[in-house]
Design a binder for this molecule. Structure first.
Ligand SMILES: *[C@@H]1O[C@H](CO)[C@@H](O)[C@H](O)[C@H]1NC(C)=O
Length: 358
């Protein structure tokens, strides 16, 4: 009994040692905390003492004692939020001291609304980083030019901030990147022409910026890309027809740009395409008559363009069309009817404001 107690005591002593972070990690965390102000929830109240593993949102590697995760989310179901009855709000900035946590794999500082300042450029030296998620703050400045150094990163999310400048050309070197979300910022300039180098990419959300130039042809090499959103930018030129041949692309939002030319028939005949929004562009020509029994669109929005000709008869052979909008074009002729017509539940407004539809 006495020796068991002794062993238990030793184990407890060892495990409390195991949970304390290195002095330099601890100092970096405290410098990070000092640059932020979180007035409503008290999430930093636990950031005291030597046991950093029990600090809110901090995780240590159990073998090395090094800080590996910072996970601070302002929209969360954690009891701390329920108790306060509100979502998170923080001001201040992200201290570059955070880059001293050189074993970080996940850096998540999301949805705090008021965090301003720049993304510290030194984050590109965090070579173990897999997730960098800074969505929903008020960050300004540019994405660090050498972001392409982050060879292990799978998720890069800086959406819903006020980031300016260009998409750094080095971004195409992020060999492990699966999820890129830069939406709702003030990014300008063109998409890198070799964007198609991002061979692991499955979601690319670049909507709501001020991007110009055309859609790079190389995008169609992205064999895992399922979701591409370039909507609400200033992108011009035509849609590369190879986009319709992509193996898993199922959501394509190109609405509210300055795209022109004709709609590639491959986009409309691709049976995997489920959400296609080309609204509010300058597409001309006719709507390719290439729908078939495998066509299954949750959304097919071609409204506010310069499309002419008739509504393709093959539309009535589609398996399903959830939301169809062909309004505000120059279409003419009759709305096709057919056995098991996919239009049964659609409204006349889907065809409104054209030249002569009956
Ligand atoms: C398509 O895009 C337009 C313009 O950006 C938008 O107003 C519309 O709601 C979108 N359609 C659907 C069905 O989401």
């Amino acid at each position: 009994m006495g020796s068991l107690l002794f062993i238990v005591t030793v184990v407890l002593a060892v495990s409390s040692v195991v949970n304390s972070c290195t002095p330099s990690d601890r100092a970096a965390l405290l410098a990070f905390k000092a640059a932020l102000k979180e007035p409503y929830l008290g999430i930093f109240n636990s950031w005291t003492g030597a046991n950093c593993n029990s600090w809110y949102g901090v995780t240590l590697d159990p073998t090395t004692n090094r800080v590996v995760d910072i996970n601070l989310r302002g929209e969360s179901e954690d009891p701390i939020f329920e108790k306060a009855g509100r979502s998170g709000y923080m001001t201040g900035s992200i201290s570059p001291e955070i880059c001293k946590l050189d074993q970080l794999t996940n850096l998540i500082i999301a949805d705090w609304k008021g965090i301003s300042g720049k993304i510290p450029s030194c984050v590109t030296s965090l070579s173990s980083l897999r997730i960098l998620d800074l969505i929903g703050n008020h960050l300004t400045g540019e994405i660090p030019a050498d972001i392409g150094k982050l060879q292990k990163i799978t998720v890069l999310n800086v959406a819903d901030n006020a980031i300016t400048g260009k998409i750094p050309p080095s971004v195409v070197n992020l060999a492990a990147l699966m999820h890129l979300d830069l939406s709702n910022n003030q990014l300008s300039g063109e998409l890198p022409t070799d964007f198609g180098k991002l061979s692991m990419l499955s979601r690319a959300l670049l909507n709501r910026n001020q991007l110009t130039g055309s859609i790079p042809n190389s995008i169609s090499q992205l064999s895992r890309l399922a979701d591409l959103d370039l909507s609400v930018n200033r992108i011009s030129g035509s849609i590369p027809s190879s986009l319709g041949k992509m193996p898993v692309l199922s959501t394509l939002n190109l609405d509210s740009n300055s795209l022109s030319g004709t709609i590639p028939s491959s986009l409309l005949s691709n049976p995997g395409m489920g959400i296609l929004n080309l609204s509010r562009n300058r597409f001309a020509g006719t709507i390719p008559d290439v729908f078939g029994s495998k066509s299954y669109f949750m959304v097919l929005d071609l409204s506010f363009n310069n499309l002419k000709g008739s509504i393709p008869g093959s539309l009535s052979s589609a398996k399903y069309i959830g939301h169809l909008d062909l309004s505000r074009n120059h279409l003419c002729g009759s709305i096709p009817v057919g056995v098991g017509s996919p239009f049964d539940h659609l409204e006349a407004s889907s065809f409104g404001n054209n030249d002569c539809i009956h």
